[in-house]
Ligand binder design. Structure first.
Ligand code: NDP
Length: 594
């Protein structure tokens, strides 16, 4: 069926406009003060311990994938005193906190789960569930000796370069005050939960919690998928329909006496097609170097020029293949940026029409089906993939309460008001996401003070400045482990982290070999890198045309600093090739070893 692009675009615009709010990010509530209990750890009690006042060679802030893979590579390179500082009660980061029923990775386990080959773990499913991913985090911790020195339930409060001892001084909320010669920071983009700023939220007298602090004591069940048996006589509301809600709604729908799903913007939900991984097949493919080959193949197919073979074959590589196929139909002389954008947009329209048509084939209530359709480009919001979410709206217990883009009006003592109707409930579950687009220092809970008392917040006041997203001038012996200003590959964040981890370990090894006490990117090299980044196509997500959300600063102009939230101009695959060459040359061009 031919797609009427203009009609679609006006529908997209109208749906976006309905959702624009003047308060943008300020609409959300921080989990501080009277909301602080929403952020407490429901899984592991905090144990008393003596503060640390010693010195380590390498410290890392964050015990999620970034800290684990970097810690592992640095330990493997011979550094025996690696200390990871983590606010959760164990390793895992996102996977420590997010234990809601149905939590599962959205990128194929074979490329998403780090260090599979090194740990000898075979993922049980194409898209592994959270407990298996958390177990992999712990396995990495054990295998690379990272538990020995780790500080859990510990939040960094201050990081300062101490020139007198050529080391970072680290202070925490547990009274620690120790030094580290080298420091890594990998706190992740989505680690601070937020609540919707709905009037009356503090008045509710029933039970409530955020999805990243799931209260199994209240719901029954467990993260392995045991039924939430304590909900059978409960009326439950879930606010939010993002990637988290998509995964936990089917479990709630099966368990609750009544489930109300409060929707402001529907997610796009494509086919998941999860399947178990066959041990015989895995034994066949798991030859030395297999995971690196799979990583490179996924990235090449998703964010590069495409490879002959597509090992992962999922929604991510499918979208990219369609775009490439369309571009390939253009004669070379017509491959202008505008024509390429049009090809991208056509593929997107086609894909989204398919996703919307899928809703009609699954959801029996035609009115609900209409409301579950997403009217925006697929990458305007996090694309979702699930085979039970839309089906949950066929359960007699489940009611979709669509708010036509306006959101929940009010929370009362007894429940929720939306569209002028009060829904009385026993429990409200907030699937309202995490802080994004707020100040790094606010989210992280600390600023960094580099050489000559330079604060990171000052150095980045006009936008991020780094080389490779890792090294920052004025902040010696410091490594950021994250995607921005590097590959910026969002479809598989761990690939960014594993490559950065190898680099950090090699640089520390090189500093030790050269007998250098300090490593720092030169100002000139940092400026040249940023200049190079700015020659690229700019930000691929976050368009102001998109429906509001955390991808586009809730539809508000993010200001000039956002133009630096970009990656290598030639794309992720090209970046990883470049980075490998850069570190393997042994020159580490742009870094000064002193
Ligand atoms: P999101 O920020 O994606 O979703 C928050 C939800 O809350 C949105 O549906 C939002 O609506 C809704 N909301 C906020 N305020 C109100 C209000 N006042 N009234 C009604 N609804 C409201 O959070 P998630 O936790 O779902 O996901 C965050 C990110 O975490 C994902 O985008 C993804 O990157 C990651 N994730 C990854 C997973 C994976 O890989 N397996 C699984 C889960 C999450 P609106 O859209 O209108 O703003």
């Amino acid at each position: 069926m031919a797609i009427d692009k203009q009609t679609l675009l006006s529908k997209y615009r109208a749906e976006r406009d309905k959702r624009l709010r003047p308060d943008g990010n300020a609409q959300y509530i921080r989990l501080k003060d009277r909301f602080a209990h929403y952020a407490e750890d429901p899984y592991i009690p905090v144990k008393p311990r003596a503060p640390k006042t010693d010195h380590v060679t390498f410290a890392f802030v964050g015990g999620g994938f970034a800290g684990l893979v970097t810690g592992a590579r640095v330990a493997e390179a011979g550094v025996e005193d690696v200390r990871i500082i983590e606010k959760g009660g164990d390793f895992g980061g996102t996977w420590y906190w997010n234990r809601y029923p149905g939590a599962q990775c959205d990128t194929a386990s074979m490329v998403y789960m780090p260090l599979l080959e090194e740990t000898g773990h075979r993922p049980s499913e194409k898209y592994a569930h959270a407990p298996e991913i958390l177990a992999q985090c712990k396995r990495i911790g054990v295998q690379f000796g990272l538990y020995r020195n780790a500080l859990f339930h510990t939040e960094v409060t201050d990081l300062s370069w101490d020139e007198s001892v050529t080391a970072w001084r680290i202070k925490t909320n547990r009274g620690d005050n120790f030094t580290a010669q080298f420091l890594g920071v990998g706190t992740g983009p989505l680690h601070v939960p937020k609540l919707p700023g709905i009037p009356g939220i503090e008045e509710f007298e029933g039970h409530s919690f955020h999805t990243s602090r799931w209260d199994y004591a209240y719901t029954g069940g467990d993260p392995n998928g045991a039924p939430l048996d304590k909900l059978k006589d409960k009326r439950v509301a879930i606010i939010g329909t993002g990637a988290t809600a998509v995964q936990c709604v089917p479990h709630l729908a099966r368990a609750a006496q009544k489930l109300y799903v409060f929707q402001r913007t529907p997610s796009s939900v494509d086919v998941r097609a999860n399947q178990p991984i066959d041990p015989d097949w895995f034994a066949e493919i798991a030859k030395p170097g297999w995971q690196q080959r799979w990583l490179e193949n996924f990235t090449e197919n998703q964010a590069g020029g495409g490879a002959d073979e597509d090992l992962v074959q999922d929604g991510w590589t499918d979208l990219s293949r369609r775009i490439r196929a369309r571009i390939a139909t253009l004669p070379p002389e017509q491959r202008t940026p505008a024509a390429m954008w049009a090809a991208f947009e056509d593929s997107d329209f086609e894909k989204m029409e398919e996703i919307r048509a899928r809703v009609d084939t699954v959801v029996r209530d035609t009115e609900a089906a209409q409301k579950l359709k997403a009217w925006y480009r697929q990458l305007c919001k996090r694309p979702c993939f699930h085979d039970e979410y839309l089906q949950a709206f066929n359960e007699p217990s489940t009611t979709l309460v669509d708010t036509d883009g306006k959101g929940v009006e009010r929370i009362t003592r007894k429940g929720i008001i939306a569209n002028g109707v009060e829904y009385e409930v026993d429990c409200i579950i907030y699937a309202s996401g995490f802080e994004v687009g707020t100040e790094f220092t606010g989210r992280a809970g600390f600023d960094l003070t580099g050489r000559d008392s330079l604060k990171l917040s000052e150095a980045w006041a006009d936008g991020m400045r780094s080389m490779h997203g890792t090294h920052v001038h004025g902040f010696p012996n410091l490594f950021f482990v994250q995607p921005t200003q590097g590959a910026n590959l969002i479809s598989n964040v761990p690939h960014n982290l594993t490559e950065a981890a190898k680099t950090v370990a090699m640089i520390i090894g090189e500093a030790q070999k050269r007998g250098a006490r300090e490593v720092e990117v030169s100002k000139a090299a940092q400026e040249a890198w940023v200049e190079l980044l700015l020659t690229g196509p700019g930000r691929m997500i976050g368009s102001q045309d998109c429906t509001p959300g955390y991808y586009n600063n809730e539809g508000h102009d993010p200001g000039p600093a956002a133009r630096y939230a970009i990656g290598y101009p030639q794309g992720a695959s090209a970046y990883f090739r470049y980075l490998e060459g850069w570190r393997n040359s042994g020159q580490f061009e742009g870094l000064e070893f002193r």
